[in-house]
Design a binder for this molecule. Structure first.
Ligand SMILES: Nc1ncnc2c1ncn2[C@@H]1O[C@H](COP(=O)(O)OP(=O)(O)OP(=O)(O)O)[C@@H](O)[C@H]1O
Length: 666
């Protein structure tokens, strides 16, 4: 391909280097405040990111990909989303992946960040070596389009958690605080450090997403549509910020829908995708000459980004033509000497020097240690503290749950008022046990089914960016839910147990309550398993649908206990609810004195007979507790595996693929 002599003049837009000098003695403190958050202030603020620069130097990371294709399978057959695209993204550069909607931008970013691996073919290399995901994940961070931030934490608290998890013992507390302060000041968030994350504006949220991931100074940052939903000023501020971060030696790659002309000129490199093919790769200045070479002349008054998008969308043959011209990304159009509009020349390492620095760091640098920066216990303590703080601040949820437990307890207490020691109505008291069982089952299955899918989205970014291990998160999740569960369960039981007139023996109350807590924990485990694997909509169907047969099995045999068939006994032992209801009944009736009989004759004055006729005569309390503990462990392990599978692979894609393959072969 011949070089095009025509080099388009600098495109519209204020140059960073033309910014006026600061009058503030400390630019990071004064000028990065929101009201003065100009590109010039940012540029100067960035140069004073001393704390970040003091951290372990990260090697330049240069990403090269060759003939990358991505195929998805569905019931309609296979569909190729990316068609053997190639390209390279270099350290010290800010790259923009551009293209019409549905071109495959997010898909390419997902693949390069390592978020998608299923159905991907081709070669992805990091500094000349085939990418090792375990190492690459430590060097890169991925800020996704729909990233959610942890709620009920202030900006500073969120940053502190990030620093404690991501920096570990590498630095002391004072240094971590300094880094947090500097990043917040640079990103114009220092004045909002006490603001709760859910109260931040869209632009501030995006900046906080970047700030959280900057804490450990990653050499590669991927951002999917960071400018979506922001106004022009915020977009510009964000891109200027990314540009200055790239100037510190980072490799920053983002997708942008439709950059304005001034924004376009801020990127060092443009990678144009259309219909899963690369149509251009190179500096923004070279795009117009490149298009002219292919016979598409951009009017001088036109924004080159708009022009290329319009041409690709309206001219069907243009995609294939441009893709051929740049060899689907194998060719990169650069100026011979790439100078920025301030006269500064970014240092672009030759492949050999990058290779050398990389190899040195592989052996020496902390960055290449594969383990997490903190130990399991540190992660567990930080995450448990965060979850307890978030739970404590969720006052609306507390009131809802407290009201739910109080009202349900009063309702059940009223329905079954004083039936506990009445030998004339033993079946009614058994129904009381069943009602308590249903209460604990539905309450504790449905809470995680409804809440956990959102938690999974919150967890996704932190887990993918290796803040902590899933085991530590899961252990913290389990432990942090126990205090409120214990308090609410005790309130419910105190009311219902005494209102329903059960035997006033503390040991019976304790055994009944212990069994109730285990039913609640076991149900919560089941709810977590459903919430980990399914969306709220599907989970709301699957949760109760799973519980219904278990409930039916738990009360089978009422009235004909001695005649329950062996096959049914086996099936009933597969329902954790059977252990629960048996535990309740045994706690109330085993080794108990004769009950009161307010009428002439009561068949069930002897509690032994009740246990016999509901088929629980032979059942020991300890066996029920062991059964509940075993099922709690099974449910919670299933939940952990479902969560892990969902976070580490494209679970739903694979699942759908297997289903479609299965249907096809029938
Ligand atoms: N797992 C999948 N299954 C089926 N189709 C998929 C899958 N992932 C992506 N696609 C399809 O691939 C195409 C490219 O999707 P992608 O999200 O990468 O586009 P994009 O360029 O980021 O679009 P936008 O700018 O609108 O976000 C779309 O048509 C999308 O429907």
């Amino acid at each position: 391909m011949s070089n095009v002599p025509l080099v388009r003049k600098a495109i519209v837009g204020a140059s960073l280097a033309h910014a006026a000098p600061s009058s503030h003695p400390n630019p990071t403190v004064g000028e990065a405040q929101e009201s003065h958050w100009t590109p010039a202030a940012l540029e100067r603020a960035g140069s004073t990111l001393k704390a970040l620069n003091r951290m372990a130097k990260r090697p330049p990371v240069h990403i090269m990909f060759e003939d990358v294709s991505y195929t998805v399978s569905s019931h309609k057959g296979e569909r190729k989303i990316l068609h053997n695209v190639s390209g390279e993204f270099r350290s010290g550069e800010l790259t923009c992946i551009l293209g019409p909607s549905g071109a495959g931008k997010s898909t390419l970013l997902n693949i390069l960040a390592g978020y998608n691996s299923n159905g991907v073919n081709g070669r992805i290399a990091v500094n000349g070596h085939t990418r090792d995901m375990r190492i690459f994940k430590k060097l890169s961070t991925y800020i996704m389009q729909d990233d959610l931030l942890q709620p009920r934490l202030t900006v500073q608290e969120a940053m502190k958690v990030a620093a404690n998890l991501k920096l570990g013992k590498e630095l002391g507390n004072a240094e971590k605080e300094l880094i947090v302060e500097e990043i917040l000041q640079t990103l114009g968030l220092w004045n909002h450090k006490e603001t709760m994350t859910e109260k931040l504006s869209g632009g501030q949220l995006k900046r906080l997403s970047v700030a959280l991931e900057l804490v450990n100074n990653p050499p590669v940052i991927f951002l999917d549509e960071p400018t979506t939903g922001l106004d022009v000023v915020s977009i510009r501020q964000l891109v200027v910020l990314l540009r200055l971060l790239s100037r510190q030696g980072r490799n920053i790659v983002c997708t942008v829908h439709q950059p304005s002309a001034s924004l376009f000129s801020l990127f060092d490199k443009i990678y144009v995708l259309a219909r899963g093919m690369c149509c251009y790769q190179g500096s923004p200045d070279m795009l117009v000459p490149y298009m002219s070479e292919a016979g598409h002349i951009c009017p001088t008054t036109h924004n080159p980004a708009d022009f290329v998008m319009e041409t690709l969308v309206t001219n069907g043959e243009c995609t294939a033509q441009l893709s051929e011209l740049c060899q689907n990304g194998k060719l990169c159009k650069r100026l011979d000497r790439m100078t920025t509009r301030g006269g500064r020349t970014p240092v672009l390492h030759s492949d050999e020097s990058i290779q050398r620095i990389f190899t040195e760091h592989v052996t020496k640098d902390q960055a290449y240690k594969v383990e997490f920066p903190t130990t399991f216990w540190t992660q567990f303590i930080i995450l448990t503290t965060r979850m307890l703080l978030q739970n404590k601040r969720n006052t609306i949820s507390h009131w809802i749950q407290l009201s739910h437990h109080l009202l349900s307890a009063i309702l059940l207490g009223s329905i079954f008022f004083d039936v506990g020691n009445n030998a004339a109505v033993p079946v009614v008291n058994f129904k009381f046990c069943l009602s308590c069982l249903v209460f604990f089952m539905y309450t504790y299955i449905m809470i995680p089914v409804l809440i956990f899918p959102l938690q999974v989205r919150l967890l996704r970014r932190e887990y993918f960016n290796r803040w902590y291990s899933l085991k530590a998160y899961y252990a913290a999740l389990t432990v942090s839910s126990i205090p409120s569960m214990l308090i609410l369960t005790t309130i419910f039981l105190l009311i219902t147990y005494f209102m329903s007139g059960q035997s006033l023996e503390w040991d019976r109350f304790f055994l009944f309550s212990f069994c109730a807590v285990l039913v609640a924990m076991c149900s919560e485990g089941l709810g977590l398993a459903v919430g980990s694997a399914f969306s709220v909509t599907n989970g709301s169907i699957i949760g109760p649908a799973t519980a219904a047969p278990l409930l039916a099995l738990s009360c089978y045999g009422m009235g004909f206990g001695p005649f329950i068939e062996n096959s049914m006994k086996y099936m009933m032992s597969a329902s954790y609810l059977r252990y629960g209801v048996t535990g309740f009944a045994v706690a109330l009736y085993r080794d108990r004195n004769v009950m009161e009989c307010p009428i002439d004759f009561c068949l069930y004055s002897d509690p032994k007979l009740i246990l016999r006729d509901i088929g629980m005569e032979e059942d020991a309390y300890g066996k029920q507790i062991i059964g509940l503990i075993v099922f709690t462990t099974i449910h919670r392990t299933l939940a952990y595996l479902a969560l892990r599978y969902r976070l580490t692979t494209e679970f739903s894609n694979r699942f759908m693929m297997y289903i479609s393959k299965f249907l096809k072969h029938r």
